[in-house]
Design a protein. Sequence first.
Length: 276
Amino acid sequence: MAKFNSAWLIHKQQFRSLTGVEPYTFLELVERLRPHWRERIEAPKNRSGRPWGMGGVEDHLLVLLILYRCAITQDFMACLYQTNKSTISRSLRRIEAVAARVLGVKRVVRVSREEAEALIIDSTEQPIQRPGRKQRCWYSGKKKRHTIKTEIVITENGRIVSISKPAPGRVHDLEIRRRGPPLPSSSHIYADSGYQGLQDDHSGIDIPYKKTKPKPLTKDERTYNHALSRFRVRVEHSIGRLRSFRIRSERYRYPRGRYAVKISTVAGIINFTAGF
């Protein structure tokens, strides 16, 4: 079967297009994961069962990045590697376990005192295949389709510090926040209008003014909303970087039980690429 070849790194633009990372970043990721790979995967006590059909951490990471970036099927990936789908599936689970442990963004917010001064939160939705059961709870009235939702918390400098537990598309943004671990009490939170009511849970928070028919916004309120929107655009940029991996932007077709691991890993790759 095909094995990782360092000559592939020469074609930088193609490599970046297929994996979402620069060649030098790929090599840095390999070295970051290698100690944990050796300890958790390659150790003799962990290598039970049939022999592997894949190579080392380089091949496994390449499989993960291409699948995440291009959202191709495991059948197609098996054709590229001249192997079978079950081998690709097992390889993906192995590297996901290591990558999520080393790079993955957790649910609990862990930030320095300086980073905690300002946190930006937002919820994002992704289309999913129509569920076989409980279709109504997964249906998003906003998107007019079945979706899965997560809340993202970032710092002022753009580092993704928390990814919430996935929730059905029908769940309100505020409810997702209240289900998750609390934010640092010393933080000032910047949120959108979907978090109306969060003021009752957190003292320092900025939320846009909401206009109504009998009460349009004043000039000062419009100015405030505009300034807040310009500041909060950072979280939109972070969500945009997540969506550059098609596993996050296209309709999600993998088992929903693996969603948290995959999205946490993508966020970790984004942070690593940005130098965090």
